[in-house]
Design a protein around this ligand. Structure first.
Ligand SMILES: [Zn+2]
Length: 282
């Protein structure tokens, strides 16, 4: 399958989205998957639309209001709530992965969104937030995976994204999470590259030592713009990528113009076969 590229959640796309629109744009750009946002109620507009408070779980009836039409040919990844500060509500969206009832509510929401969109997602991306430890997060991921597989009858993969300030932020945290996933099917890591550097420059250098068996994919950007932006050591990232044959790569930029540049960077700088330093030139 090799490397598969994702159409990110561009600011110009209808929010939450219309899977048909996203999928046809992805095909035009030569991309293999699309990202579909699956946040908690995100802002005042969504709160008014659904009658639910910001930061709460969308209910079954809200799904039709939030998501446009589906597309049964589309292939996509769902990006769940990152647990960040919501300006509208002046509050952090709280991720409650330690609470089994809340995790089951997320299963219900994702399943209902997925039925609206057509096919099941290939990957569901999650962030740990601040309310659980690493072991608690891996338990919640297993619960989410089991719930989604039961509801959707599809081999959905649940992948954890690292974020500074959250339970899983550094290379060490990621390795610990990977160890806890040992022997479990359908759990992995979605490595956000610049987030690793935001969590600390020195530890981020260890990126190339990460084990790759659990590496589902990567978010490639710098401050949501096309790399290189100066903060990340992309040659270390490249060496990590070389060790993994199957990978989902999301150029997680916000604007269409940046997308072209990010794709060029990924194809030319990260994925292109380059001769080793010192290799004989024939
Ligand atoms: Zn990301």
């Amino acid at each position: 399958m090799g490397v598969r590229l994702v159409l990110p959640n561009l600011a110009s796309l209808a929010q939450r989205g219309d899977l048909g629109e996203r999928w046809s744009m992805a095909r035009r750009c030569g991309l293999d998957l699309v990202e579909v946002p699956a946040d908690l109620i995100k802002n005042r507009r969504e709160a008014e639309l659904t009658g639910l408070p910001i930061g709460s779980m969308p209910e079954d009836g809200s799904v039709e209001l939030l998501y446009g039409r589906g597309d049964r040919n589309a292939r996509y990844v769902m990006h769940t709530d990152p647990g960040i500060y919501r300006r509208d509500a002046r509050t952090m969206a709280r991720l409650r992965w330690g609470d089994e009832g809340w995790t089951d509510d997320y299963v219900r929401f994702l399943s209902s969104a997925s039925r609206r969109l057509g096919p099941p997602p290939e990957v569901v991306e999650v962030h740990s937030g601040r309310d659980v430890d690493i072991a608690g997060m891996v338990d919640a991921m297993a619960r989410l995976r089991d719930g989604l597989r039961r509801e959707l009858r599809a081999p959905v993969i649940v992948a954890l994204e690292n974020k500074p300030g959250q339970a899983v932020a550094t290379v060490k945290d990621i390795i610990e999470a990977m160890d806890l996933m040992d022997g479990q099917d359908g759990l992995g890591i979605m490595l956000d590259v610049p987030n690793l550097w935001k969590a600390g420059r020195r530890q981020a250098g260890g990126v190339e030592t990460l084990p790759t068996e659990r590496l589902v994919g990567m978010h490639v950007h710098e401050r949501h713009r096309a790399p290189p932006g100066g903060a990340v050591d992309w040659s270390a990232v490249r060496r990590l990528m070389c060790r993994r044959d199957e990978l989902i790569v999301n150029p997680e930029v916000f604007h269409r113009g940046e997308l072209e540049r990010a794709l060029y960077f990924i194809r030319q700088e990260l994925l292109a076969q380059k001769p080793h330093k010192g290799a004989a030139v024939l």
